[in-house]
Every structure is written in C-alpha cells, then in structure tokens.
Design a protein around this ligand. Structure first.
Ligand code: NAP
Length: 479
C-alpha cells in the first residue's frame, strides 16, 4: 500500500493541526490502533473555511467541461486503485474486502455520473404571461459548503456529496467521521492528483465535531450543509443552520420495513433479505430493520433465512472468504446485543446467532429472531447490526399501517409476485425509495433520500446536482 495520508488537507496542502493534536484510528477487527491522524480544532476549521471561501469565485467561473474532466480523471484513478482503497477502508471500518471493493466501484461511479452532469446544467429563457417582459434563468453554485459524513460508507458518502459539489462549482470543507478519516484523506489525495485546484476541497479530521462545525454553520460564510448521519444529530444541525439560513440536505436514519406477502417467491425474498439485511453487516441506513412476513409463510421464510445467515463466515474483513466483518466499535456492538436481549425478554425466539462472542474485535454473529413482539425496542431503533427481526401479519392494510407507523421514511422493501399489489403497496409506503422484489436500491443514477424524519433532499440521480445550485432570474422588459 502507498503512504497513508494522515494530515489535514487545507488550501491544497497537507498540514498538521495548529495545536499539533492527533487522534488514533482503530482497527475494529482487533481493537488495535492503526495509526494517528491530525485532530483539528476550531482554528483549523476556520482556515479550511477561509480556503474554501477564497477559492469559490474562481471555481464558479471554471468551465463546466474542466470541472467535468477533473471528476472523470478522479473516477479513473479511484478504479485504478481499487485494491489499495478497499484495504484502507476495511482496515479502518471492518467491512469484508469484497464489500469494500464494491463500495470503491459505487463511490467512483458518483464521480463518473456527476462528471456527465457538470456539462448539462441548464438555464432558460421565456416570455412572461404579460407578453412584454422576458425572463432569463441561470443556475449558479450555492457557494462554500460544509459536508459531514458518517463512518459506514467511508468513501461513497464522500463522493456522493463531493461529486455534485464539484460539478456545480461549489467549494467545500469535508468533515468525515472520526472512526474512518483515512478513506476521506485518500480521496482528497486522488482529487489533488486529478487536478482539483487548491482550496476547492478541504478536509478536516477531528474528534471535536461540534466545536469545529458549529462556528462554521453560524459564521455566515458557509452557504450549504450537506449532512449524512443520524436523525438526532441532523435535528441539532438543522437548528444551528436556522440562524444564518444555511441551505441543507439531510440524509438521516432509517427503519426500513421488509414486507413478504404470501404470494412472494420465497427464494427471491430470502435473496433480497440477505442483501437488505447483511450489506455492510447491517450497518446501513437502508438496512431492513423490521421484517413483516405473512403468517402463512413466516415459518418457512424464517427457516430459510436462518439457514443462509447461519452459513455466513464471520471474521476480520481482510481475510479472504469472510462474509461478515466486525461492527464499528464496542459501543455499536453493545447496542445490538442490548436490542436482541430486550426482544428475547419479550418473547422472541432466536433461530440463529444471538450471542456476543468472546475475544478481541467487535464481532456479532448473524442473527434471526422470530415472533418478535411489536413493543420490542428494535422496532423503533436502527439496529445497525446483523439482526433480522421477524413479525407476522395477516392482511395488506394492516401491514401498510404498521410499516408506516414510524418517524422514519427512508426505504421499504416489498416482495410479491402480484404487480398490482406490488405497485399499490409501494405507493402506500411513506418512504423515499422502494425495493420491489429486490433488496438493493442504491444506485448513483437514482435519487437517494427519505421522507419524514429520514431527511430532506436527494443525492444522486438527475436531481443530485440541484442540491448545490441556485436559480437566478433576470427580468428583462422589452419595450
Ligand atoms: P452520527 O453520529 O449522526 O454522525 C455522523 C457524522 O456527524 C459524523 O461525522 C459525526 O462526527 C458528525 N457529528 C456528530 N455530532 C455532530 C455535531 N454536533 N456537529 C457536527 N457534526 C457532528 O451518525 P453515525 O453513527 O456516524 O452514522 C450512522 C447514522 O448515519 C445512522 O443513523 C444511519 O442511518 C445514517 N446514515 C444515513 C444515510 C442516508 O443516506 N440516509 C447513509 C449512511 C448513514 P462524530 O462521530 O465525531 O460525532
């Protein structure tokens, strides 16, 4: 592997934190420290903001084709370095290498997609209803942005924001999660190599997120916050953005229902469940959190799912053949274990897994629970681990009502062979995305995002760039 980047990236230069502070990055498979990275304070954040503000005007004037080509070059560089980036991601986050390689490809694809969007930013020209006045419409970048990302998809959550920001002509300060700073720093290295001008992207790694971000959001120079993380932190940041009317995009938590009807193809449903539940060890906002299975097929579905889950190989993500890596940290694992214990206390049957293993590393086994009581805590909490909780239902109206009975609305999964039913239930779900007979919805070309308290705005797709653009309308009377 080439040298691991571990300093702050400000104004195109690699620098230490002003006070020399550093923070450790742990390997969740062993609990050992991998390396130390710079631990930014408010002073460093201000320098990063200043660099972004200074670079904004020239960057906004840079030809869209030039912005596009930088993204395209970065896309190619990422793919060339797939193995290197995948190893880095696995070492700091834990996901198996095969999944890390998949995330590298997914992350790169956002750069390719937005390299294509950069040159398609349109405007307009029209006659107003009075027949005399004309309007000219143009699109301009919203301005310097603060991007805050979580640890679960260390590379893709970065490219999903950086790609459209670059395409739109915005400059940025990126604050990655403290558990996974290395992937973001590597990404900054790639973009520098691809020719991104100094100051367009600045990366501050920090263990003091609040101290570093709040002054930027309240300072009046940052014009946009794009946040991915939990709903609780999202609410707090929305409040901070209110005073200076900072525009926001919020990709927040989920509580996905996974509905299996009696006419579903159970092989397809179990395949879908394996993806919707086990992608990223269940540490995904899109993870199926509540399995509603029709009473007549619940036993068979549970048996088949438990068989597949029980056959997965758990171990360090760097080991070939491993399907399930460690959870992100001890606190994450303890939360999963507590949720399972609560469900079992309320009468759930453990079909497979359910016991925290001894030894080093934050491992938790793939677990299937049947007969879960609807009052269990995991019904209303993101499990964020490899635990499938199965409940039964009897009819369509009932399951829709129960599936929608949550503050969240990110994604839902529906399994049925009836087209009418599939579309009716998809339309009835209060969510931003639906997987109809599939357990995977994420795709850079599709608008990703949720309704209710799962977020505001969309990332990816044709609309992804809109989040980083403003309209300007010029009124022109023709006399
Ligand atoms: P989190 O605790 O909300 O943290 C997300 C990011 O926000 C981290 O970088 C975190 O840094 C930072 N942060 C926390 N408090 C902050 C503050 N006061 N000011 C500024 N930044 C702050 O979430 P997480 O545990 O990392 O990630 C898991 C969550 O993300 C889940 O809820 C998941 O559903 C959600 N997620 C959503 C999507 C989506 O697209 N909808 C995608 C992936 C993940 P610190 O850790 O240092 O506090």
């Amino acid at each position: 592997m080439t040298e691991v980047l571990n300093q702050l990236f400000i104004g195109g230069a690699w620098v230490d934190a002003a006070d020399g502070a550093t923070m450790p990055v742990d390997d969740p498979a062993t609990g050992e420290i991998l390396c130390h990275v710079a631990d930014a304070g408010p002073k460093d954040a201000k320098l990063a903001e200043e660099a972004a503000v200074q670079a904004q005007q020239d960057w906004a004037r840079t030809a869209p084709r030039a912005r596009s080509e930088i993204l395209r070059r970065a896309y190619e560089l990422i793919l060339e370095r797939t193995d290197e980036l995948a190893h880095l991601m696995t070492s700091e986050m834990g996901k198996p290498l095969a999944e890390a390689r998949g995330e590298v490809a997914y992350a790169a694809e956002f750069f390719r997609w937005f390299s294509e969007e950069a040159v398609r930013i349109d405007g307009g020209c029209g006659t107003l209803p009075d027949g005399r006045n004309r309007m000219l419409l143009s699109r301009r970048p919203v301005g310097p942005c603060l991007l805050i990302t979580p640890w679960n998809f260390p590379l893709a959550m970065g490219t999903r924001k950086i790609g459209p920001a670059i395409a739109a002509g915005c400059t940025m300060v990126l604050k990655p999660a403290p558990q996974t700073p290395l992937s973001s720093l590597a990404l900054a290295g790639v973009l520098k190599e691809a020719g991104l001008p100094d100051g367009v992207l600045n990366v501050v790694t920090t263990s003091r997120a609040g101290e570093v971000c709040e002054p930027l959001l309240r300072g009046g120079r940052i014009r946009k916050l794009s946040f991915t993380g939990s709903t609780g932190v999202g609410r707090l940041l929305l409040a901070q953005c209110a005073d200076t009317v900072v525009r926001t995009s919020m990709e927040l938590g989920g509580n996905a229902p996974f509905i299996v009807f009696d006419d579903a193809d159970l092989d397809v449903a179990v395949d879908g469940a394996m993806v919707a539940k086990m992608r990223n060890m269940g540490e995904a906002c899109t993870a199926a959190n509540r399995f509603f299975v029709h009473r007549s097929v619940a036993d068979e579905f549970g048996r088949r799912l438990a068989e597949r889950m029980g056959a997965l190989v758990v171990g360090p993500g760097t080991r070939e053949g491993v399907d399930v890596g460690p959870l992100i940290d001890a606190a994450g694992r303890a939360k999963v274990a507590e949720l399972v214990a609560d469900a079992v206390e309320r009468g759930a049957r453990v079909l497979v897994g359910g016991r925290t293993p001894e030894g080093a590393g934050c491992f938790y086994p793939p677990t299937v629970l049947a007969d879960v009581d609807p009052g269990s805590r995991l019904m209303d909490t993101e499990i964020f681990g490899p635990v499938a909780a199965i409940l039964t239902f009897d009819d369509e109206d009932e399951v829709l009502r129960r599936a929608n009975d949550t503050q969240w609305g990110l994604v839902g999964y529906v399994f049925t062979q009836g087209l009418d039913r599939g579309l009716r239930v998809s339309e009835g779900l209060e969510v931003g995305m639906v997987g109809l007979n599939t357990g995977l919805v994420s795709n850079p070309a599709a608008p990703f995002g949720g309704v209710k308290q799962s977020g505001l705005g969309r990332e990816g797709g044709r609309v992804g760039i809109e989040e980083f653009l403003e309209y300007q309308y010029v009124a022109v009377p023709v006399r």
